[in-house]
Design a protein around this ligand. Sequence first.
Ligand code: HEC
Length: 217
Amino acid sequence: MRRLNCIVFTLAKYYKMKAHIVVFLALVLSVSCTPKENIVTEPSEQERIFIDSTGNLIATSLKAALQKNLSSAIKTTGIVSAIEFCKQEALVLTDEVANDFNYQIELKRTSLKCRNPQNAPDEFEELALKYYEKMILEDPDFSASYIQKIRGDQSSYFYYYQALKTGSVCLVCHGGPENIDPSIASILVDKYPDDKATGYMEGDFRGLIRVKVTPEE
Ligand code: HEC
């Protein structure tokens, strides 16, 4: 961009153009060359109903499967192997759940305090996390879904959210030192040196399930 403006000014100098024409030309160039940023907008009532039912179905089945499978993995194979399970199985489940739909669906779990930096929120997810944090502070039982319509340059997509609370089964890996066995703690430190996802108590807001729904073109 800077180079383009530079060319405009060099040409202007060469042709001895008037200053205001040069400024106008440079402005037009910078506006037309800057990529438009994605913005969050309100979905229509019809979109809201559709995304809410689709997102709810996917997020609920993911949540239920995670709870159930984590508990049985801990029981049968022990917590150490369940650490791996939490990561990989979640992704396999994601594919299974998503394949039943005709829209492009992408699932993610995110948090303001992530264990794996790869799960860190993007700018829209961060807005949603802060929204939930505020709502849950006002009402600890707040559990409504939340939808963002994100309008890009070419097309729009939706982010549907559901809150994840810390259950008792989660504490063995996300609780305080009194909950996390030292052998687990040392594996976690080793694998996730930047781990921020500990110190939770039962019932705490842990993060969000985010379902991205992109309507097929
Ligand atoms: C056996 C250990 C273990 C248990 C039990 C466990 N987690 Fe996790 N959790 C992990 C690990 C390891 C990761 C990082 C996964 C990765 O690398 O993507 C993780 C990641 C997450 C994330 C993604 C954000 C982040 O911090 O990276 C969320 C959200 C989460 N866990 C919520 C829960 C909830 C809710 C429960 C209880 C239902 C739970 N976890 C139980 C080990 C566990």
